[in-house]
Ligand binder design. Structure first.
Ligand SMILES: [Zn+2]
Ligand SMILES: [Zn+2]
Ligand SMILES: [Zn+2]
Length: 89
């Protein structure tokens, strides 16, 4: 895992946390998720790529929102899709 900074991540001053501990899309369709991610653009909570529906990635592609944060307890990192960059905070 390389730690590279990108302009998207550097622009984030306050990391958005999950409002509720559930994937909003999975909750609608009754699906399950593995880990949760929070979009740092709009605060949407979505599931990770280990989850069957991969809603975080789908949301990032569809909305062009670049950065997610892990919503898992004890994890403090941000990931930027366009730059494929990860940074701890
Ligand atoms: Zn970036
Ligand atoms: Zn989901
Ligand atoms: Zn978003």
């Amino acid at each position: 895992m390389t730690e590279e900074k990108c302009a998207h991540i550097e622009a984030i001053t306050t990391v958005k946390r999950a409002q509720r501990r559930q994937c909003e899309e999975c909750a609608k369709i009754g699906s399950r998720w593995v880990h949760l991610r929070v979009c740092q653009e709009c605060g949407a909570t979505r599931c990770c790529d280990d989850s069957p529906s991969r809603h975080a990635t789908k949301h990032a592609r569809a909305s062009k929102h670049p950065v997610i944060a892990s919503a898992e307890p004890g994890e403090r990192w941000l990931y930027c899709y366009p730059d494929d960059a990860i940074a701890e905070y």
